[in-house]
Design a protein around this ligand. Structure first.
Ligand code: SF4
Length: 267
């Protein structure tokens, strides 16, 4: 059974109004995020994602219609409660997922509103899968892109996500063309995404992307494993352990060859 079908069976959809540019499907929000962009951030997790990452910690967010429908105005009112504090903490709003590009018109309206009403910094956390022609106006109101590159090696990418790497790399090239401030995120999964050749390929690619301000090397963790169990879906990384300090340092050393700043839990 597909994970989306499984989650539809256990999550009740809350239906309100018809989604469009003003209404989006939302998995959850976090009013005090500290890891998805600079400073303290209001995080909006959209639901719906075309990828099926084997380590996804939000498998219940993969099906768009499982989300709660919320309007831009409603979310902006909630964000307003925290806006002054967030600004003082040099933060902003981050839209993550799921895959926010699947609801790019909604995210664009939210970012425009957050800027206009509160002057907030905006960050988009994405795996780069979407209609590239359609997302440029969203990028116009995005201050920072957090681009998750799941693997450089195309076979590993397909194995990890169930999708081809091409869209993600095309999106990365678009960011470079636009000189869009970008942080790259890479999840280090021992035995899956930590092959030196894979990391070297990524470092070489990123050497040509001077819009990249930093590379965040994220350690694989199993905090979402229980959700897979709840959905009755096989979790294939059951026997994989988080990377050791040595594995993280070794991967970080290779990524440093890109000439970009590399940030890991250890540095
Ligand atoms: S891109 Fe993110 S939300 Fe989508 S499957 Fe992968 S980890 Fe999950």
């Amino acid at each position: 059974m597909d994970i989306c079908t499984a989650s539809q069976q256990v999550i009740q959809t809350v239906s309100a109004t018809k989604p469009g540019s003003d209404v989006g499907y939302i998995h959850s929000v976090d009013s005090c995020g500290t890891v998805d962009g600079p400073g303290v951030r209001f995080i909006v997790f959209t639901s719906g994602c075309p990828l099926r990452c084997v380590y996804c910690h939000n498998p219940d967010a993969l099906c768009k219609t499982n989300g709660l429908q919320r309007s831009v105005d409603d979310l902006l009112d909630e964000i307003g409660t925290y806006a002054e504090f967030i600004k003082r903490a040099n933060g902003g709003i981050t839209v993550s997922g799921g895959e926010p590009l699947s609801q790019h018109r909604f995210v664009e309206a939210l970012f425009r509103g957050a800027k206009k009403r509160y002057g907030l910094h905006t960050a988009l956390d994405t795996s780069g899968h979407g209609n590239l022609g359609a997302v440029k106006s969203l990028l116009d109101v995005t201050d920072l892109v957090l681009l998750d590159i799941k693997s450089w090696n195309p076979n590993t990418y397909q194995q990890v996500t169930g999708q081809k790497v091409d869209s993600c790399l095309q999106f990365a090239r678009l960011l470079q063309e636009r000189k869009q401030p970008t942080w790259i995120r890479y999840v280090l999964v021992p035995g899956v995404t930590d092959a030196p050749d894979n990391l070297r390929g990524l470092a070489e690619f990123l050497r040509g992307m001077n819009c990249v301000e930093r590379i965040e090397l994220l350690s694989f963790h199993k905090m979402g494993e229980y959700k897979w169990e709840e959905l009755g879906i096989d979790y294939t990384l059951k026997d994989v352990l988080p990377p050791t300090r040595e594995q993280i340092l070794s991967a970080a050393k290779i990524l440093h060859e890109s000439g970009r700043k590399v940030v890991s839990g250890l540095s």
